[in-house]
Design a protein around this ligand. Structure first.
Ligand code: F6P
Length: 370
């Protein structure tokens, strides 16, 4: 069993409900094994900031908060992250990395568990390569990490957005309007796809599947002529702008202009990222947090936790990052070097699985949400 004096935990990138449950699980599992735990406040920026000569000692100390069992009491129910978060471009620089490593050495932080998305995992793999074994836990509402079926925060954001869209339907019904509603996703249509089906949206535009706008407008027009009053159209964040206008805003204007249906544009925005995590997110976060510490104890690192076939497992971070690029068509020359034929086949199969799932659900929504 690997020996660690202290494990650091940080959250980075967009916060996600369930992060606190993961922090609690990592802290309590490590403490139960006699390992000290420190929370690094403000993500990678906090880790670097704790080394910054310009920062007074009390600020530097404040960035590293020792965690005992009671410091993570009562946080399993809370959204956001008690460790705060940031996006930190400096961490990608050599200078930033040197500062981070110095802080780890100065404070006897022997390993790090990093909560976040793909940017966070790139940081975790850099730390591992510089001698600080690290494990990533996928936390983002977007569910855009290809290596896992589910990210922490996705389920809560879905439930938050679902109840808001249901409220929009009340007012849409009263005024006989079509409310075009944009949902976050950072270029990934997962949230919108699930919400489109679950809220009965008459039209659904996501980046992964070509959107037939003419068909959608025709459908809205016909639905009104058949007596339907309130309608919801869901647009995923990341759809291309139209003449400098948000896609959803342009669509709402076009619906109003070309049909007898009055339409308005809404953006749910950050509100779906907050609030109490659902049971599912709490449970997944707890399982992943415990397993992340177990992996470190087994001497494993540079891995990202994942849910595959309903089981908690872990995937090599480099594999996960390249798989993500493959899925998002962002592969660069040389990215696939060093992987075995079997791994490449696994990546392709994973991409096909994900694409097929999107298509299957999208087709289903076409027939059902009318
Ligand atoms: O990654 C989560 C997310 O909420 C995305 O859906 C969205 O595009 C982005 O973060 C917003 O980022 P920020 O909070 O930095 O504005």
């Amino acid at each position: 069993m690997a020996k660690f004096r202290k494990i650091g935990i940080l959250s980075s990138g967009g916060d996600a409900p369930g992060m606190n449950a993961a922090i609690r699980a990592v802290a309590r599992r490590a403490l139960s094994q006699g390992i000290e735990v420190v929370g690094i406040l403000g993500g990678y920026a906090g880790l670097i900031g704790a080394a910054d000569e310009a920062n007074p000692e009390h600020i530097k100390r404040h960035m590293l908060r020792p965690l005992d069992s009671s410091s993570v009491s009562n946080i399993v129910t809370r959204g956001g992250t008690i460790l705060y978060s940031s996006r930190c471009p400096e961490f990608k620089t050599q200078e930033g990395m040197e500062k981070a490593i110095k802080v780890c050495h100065d404070h006897q932080i022997d390993a790090i568990v990093a909560l976040g998305g793909d940017g966070t995992f790139r940081g975790a793999t850099d730390l591992t390569n510089h001698g600080i074994p690290s494990i990533g836990i996928p936390c983002t509402i977007d569910n855009d990490i290809t290596a896992t079926d589910q990210t922490i925060g996705f389920d809560t954001a879905l439930n938050n957005a679902c109840s808001m869209i249901d409220k929009l339907r009340d007012t849409a019904e009263s005024h006989a309007r079509c409310l075009v509603t944009e949902v976050m996703g950072n270029g990934c249509g997962y949230l919108s796809l699930y919400l489109g089906i679950a809220t009965g949206s008459i039209a659904l535009a996501i980046p992964e599947i070509p959107f037939d706008k003419e068909y959608a407008i025709q459908k809205i027009d016909q639905a009104r002529k058949a007596g339907k009053r309130g309608m919801i159209a869901i647009i995923s964040e990341g759809m291309p702008k139209v003449n400098g206008m948000e896609y959803g805003e342009a669509l709402a204007k076009e619906i109003s202009a070309r049909t007898i249906v009055d339409s308005r544009f809404n953006k749910l925005g950050h509100i779906i990222r907050g609030g109490d995590p659902t049971l599912r997110d709490r449970l997944t976060a707890t399982q992943m947090g415990v397993e992340a510490v177990n992996l470190l104890l087994e001497g494993k690192s540079n891995m990202v936790m994942a849910i595959l076939e309903n089981r908690v497992t872990a995937v090599d971070i480099n594999f996960a990052l390249v798989l993500d690029k493959m899925y998002k068509n962002k592969l660069k020359d040389g990215d696939l070097e060093g992987f075995t034929d079997y791994q490449l086949a696994q990546m392709r199969a994973r991409c096909e699985y994900r694409n097929a799932k999107f298509k299957r659900l999208y087709d289903l929504s076409y027939d059902i949400c009318i």
